[in-house]
Design a protein around this ligand. Sequence first.
Ligand SMILES: Nc1ncnc2c1ncn2[C@@H]1O[C@H](COP(=O)(O)OP(=O)(O)OP(=O)(O)O)[C@@H](O)[C@H]1O
Length: 466
Amino acid sequence: MTWHLLLVEDEASVREAFALRLGNQGYVVQTAASGEEALALLRSYEPDILVLDLVMPKLSGLDVLARVKQTSPHLLVILLTARGTVKDAVEATKLGAFDFVAKSIDMEDLQHALNRATEFLTLQRQVRLQSGQESARYALDRVIAKSPTTQSFLARVRELAKNDRVTVLLQGETGTGKQYMGRVIHFNSARAHKPCIEVDCPAIPRELFESELFGHEKGSFTGASGRRCGLIEMAEGGTVLFDEIGDLPLPLQTKLLRVIEERALRRIGGSTTIPVEVRFMAATNRNLKEAVAKGEFREDLYFRLNVVTLTVPPLRDRREDIIPLAEQFLARSALAFRKPVRTLGESAVAVLSRYQFPGNVRELSNLMERAVLFCSEESLDASHFPSDVQDSPVTSSIGASAPLSVPAGWLDPALVQLTFRVGEQSLADLEDRIINEVLRRTGGNKTLAAKQLGITRWMLDRRRRR
Ligand SMILES: Nc1ncnc2c1ncn2[C@@H]1O[C@H](COP(=O)(O)OP(=O)(O)OP(=O)(O)O)[C@@H](O)[C@H]1O
């Protein structure tokens, strides 16, 4: 499992050194140089653990802790101090800190606290699974399926939920809901009370991949200070869902194939074979057949995964679902942001009904979230959407979408025009539009899109999830 960590430390040298070491240990680290910066970041970013320096110039660690606990009561906070007192420690505990540790160059105490925190989070997730909250969220009768396309798609999902040993390959454009549908299959199957472990292939650093997936024995490589069980083992009895399986490094494809075929694995450095009883699912927006032809994906693994292929339809092929989905996202965001908005006004319905949604359900969900954030009335109308969405042209049949226009007369097909109204759109909005356009032009190939944008695959994913 990959853990996201926000490190708040005002001394640049300490911040950078700690971030580097924690990053090398597999944590995904974001940093902030002050309490104020951390609070601003936490409005849009949800780490698993917050590591806070106690003594900072304006807002102290305790001030930040008090504020964070009001908005995110379950976030685990570790306070770091070079010269803290018992009084500070007592105060931190009262405010709900998870731990209070000494700041040292070797980070020894912090390491122990982080180990405890990640163990606690793993356990908490298992308990949450058992409590059935997720099962209710992904119940088949709660999936919006107004359109005939989604209805027939769900009929196949229902069958696959019943047959809980069949391996499934979920295909579809970016943001169509492949992972979401994978969860629907899991939580409606006999495995629902067991873990559903998602492996985000592009997000796991290559050098850690094998150990994340298969686990390791103590001392099997430098840094393997204890025995660790891998994600596949953790899913025992349940499902492992590989997101963007096309990004699985080739050597690991061979190993995974063996595990699927033999239903058993060996941890790195281990001498015993451990049987695994899990269902495997994989999602991709790449054309895996093409990847096989190019030698980037193993053909035998492709056939192993491709026992049943489910293609999640793009939103433009199930337009009847747009408004009910928008209403669901509106209700969810209004609750999360404590906003008075309750309904979609006529003008908003009109805009949503004609917009093409190149980014599919994810784009609709993000669009509604932002619109709700800027709405202080009871009814949300078109003016709450960004201008390019408001001004999107009416189309009767929606084929390839073009959110950024190519002006007439421009001969170079790689040239696009980006227009925006100053004061109405944030940098993040513009970034989203550029990313969506590049993804559209690469046919949803995220690796290629990231390359064209000059960022890493991981950064692309983080930005899209923002
Ligand atoms: N039918 C649905 N009902 C409610 N929410 C949905 C539905 N389908 C997708 N979503 C939401 O839309 C977002 C994108 O879905 P998801 O991550 O499953 O897409 P994806 O196809 O796996 O995307 P990518 O290819 O980019 O990884 C998620 O927040 C998900 O919860």
